[in-house]
Design a protein around this ligand. Structure first.
Ligand code: GTP
Ligand code: MG
Length: 468
């Protein structure tokens, strides 16, 4: 990631669509007195997805709208008809957008979700809720006619932070006082300090240069380099680092040789040697050579020599004056064309990245954690994304659904875990706004059902153990 950056920062609230409810229904046919369960599943809710789009250059779309929600899934129906899945909501963000998850309580960045650097990179920032299962799923050896279904899973909602780090397409490189800052000031809206002493520029400046026909590229003006820069002389490495990730180098040579009466051709060679010494790839980085200060008398002879050398190296050469503006339009047009070409190459080289697998794993890990804390004497609080959702997905009006939930708790080892923490019969267990009375860890159910994979975590320790 180049360190020469503009930043654009915003926070948005994203929420997937809720899952549709599963259906509780029994088959009804002529001459069939009591058909089996046939309630279909609810559809999954849509997800909120971010996609990197090379057409965008800012996060302005998120300046005034902060809440984004994907479509919900529809409910399941009888005759095994499943609900329809909700559509994803795809939000387009510029290349170079870093996505961070914010901690819900502190609103501070919790972890980096990803860095969307290539066109088409995608990441799910708010997965939709799963559809609830219809009653056909709850048939077991002892429960032939389950008269309940699962509600849809409520979607996850949270705040994320988007930060756009604008990457420079081209960097102005050269000896001190050759006119790099003067050039960026003429070709963009950047207003760096310009003065006739070396190292006037101490930090990189960025500007957006535009041709008359509207093509644009981001150009960085970095502090001057001198002989030995690659070994840390002058301000050395610091600046070379900025150049490392820019696709195009605009190598500026002072045709007058500056106050020290340097030889412009020797300057051209010195800078190239420093670039190569710093990192060999920099020697092969596409370069456009710019002979500046062509308004000064005597510059034409130097210009001829530099042009010859540049062209021999296979690099286009432009003669300009940052003072009169001569040659700058042509330079900008050539740079824009080269940058567009390089962008296409970069886009086709780089595979698009799917960050979802890693993000999903991290989410799942957090989601399946169960933590138990003692709120007061005899009162325990159980929290964790997945366990809380089990509670929310239960239809409390339906006794069968409630006893199904109790068995699920048993299966994920919640009863054991509570006992381990010191919870005893008669204590109150709270999950979200619901309270249960703890009736011990006796494994009330003898029906074998699919065990659910779960991770339980003990409060106050990093120890994580596999539950049932
Ligand atoms: N005559 C003439 N003078 C120029 C031209 N471009 C820049 N200068 C002068 O050259 C001096 C240095 O210009 P800057 O733009 O600050 O040079 P720089 O390369 O950014 O210098 P550092 O930031 O110190 O590396 C200033 O006095 C400018 O006015 C030009 O095209 N013609
Ligand atoms: Mg400067």
């Amino acid at each position: 990631m180049p360190t020469a950056t503009f930043t654009d920062l915003c926070r948005i609230n994203v929420r997937g669509g809720d899952g549709g409810a599963g259906c509780m229904s029994f088959r009804r046919e002529a001459f069939v007195p009591k058909g089996g369960p046939d309630g279909g599943d609810g559809g999954n809710g849509g997800s909120v997805v971010l996609e990197a789009d090379p057409q965008l250059s800012s996060l302005i779309d998120f300046r005034y709208k902060h809440h984004f929600r994907a479509e919900r899934g529809t409910h399941g129906k009888g005759a095994r008809r499943h609900g329809r899945a909700g559509d994803d909501l795809v939000l387009h963000v510029p290349l170079g957008t870093v996505v961070r998850e914010l901690d819900a309580s502190t609103m501070q960045p919790a972890f980096d979700i990803c860095d969307l650097t290539h066109a088409g990179d995608r990441v799910v920032v708010a997965p939709g809720g799963m559809g609830g299962r219809g009653n056909i799923h709850f048939v077991s050896s002892v429960r032939r006619a389950p008269a309940f279904a699962e509600k849809g899973e409520p979607a996850i909602e949270h705040w994320i932070e988007l930060e756009m780090k604008l990457m420079a397409d081209a960097a102005l490189v050269g000896m001190p006082s050759v006119g790099k800052s003067s050039i960026i000031a003429r070709i963009s809206a950047a207003r760096p300090k310009i003065a006739d002493y070396p190292f006037t520029t101490l930090v990189p400046n960025l500007g957006v240069a535009r041709t008359r026909t509207g093509e644009s590229f981001v150009v960085a003006d970095v502090p001057g380099l001198i002989e030995g820069a690659s070994e840390g002389r002058g301000l050395g490495h610091e600046f070379l680092r900025h150049i490392e990730r820019t696709a195009l180098i605009l190598h500026v040579v002072d045709l007058t040789g500056g106050f020290e009466n340097r030889d412009p051709l020797a300057d051209y060679r010195t800078i190239n040697e420093e670039l190569a010494a710093y990192a060999s790839e920099l020697a092969d980085r596409p370069q456009i050579v710019v002979g500046n200060k062509c308004d000064m008398p005597g510059s034409d002879v130097a210009s001829m020599f530099v042009r010859e050398s540049a062209e021999a190296d296979g690099r286009p050469y432009f003669e300009v004056s940052a003072v009169t503006g001569e040659g700058l339009d042509e330079l900008v047009v050539a740079c824009a064309a080269r940058v567009a070409e390089l962008r296409r190459e970069i886009a086709s080289d780089a595979p698009t990245v799917d960050f979802n697998a890693t993000v999903e794993r991290e989410r799942l890990r957090r989601d399946q954690r169960i933590s138990i804390t003692r709120e007061e004497r005899g009162v325990w609080r159980v929290s964790g994304g997945a366990v809380e959702r089990m509670v929310v997905q239960t239809d409390w009006e339906n006794e069968e659904a409630v006893s199904f939930l109790q068995r699920r708790f048993d299966r994920i080892g919640l009863d054991d875990l509570l006992a381990k923490h010191g919870c005893v019969q008669g204590d109150e267990v709270r999950i979200l706004g619901f309270a249960f009375s703890y009736d011990g860890d006796e494994g009330a159910d003898d029906v074998m059902e699919e065990p659910e994979a779960f991770v339980v975590e003990e409060e106050g320790s990093d120890e994580v153990e596999e539950g049932l």
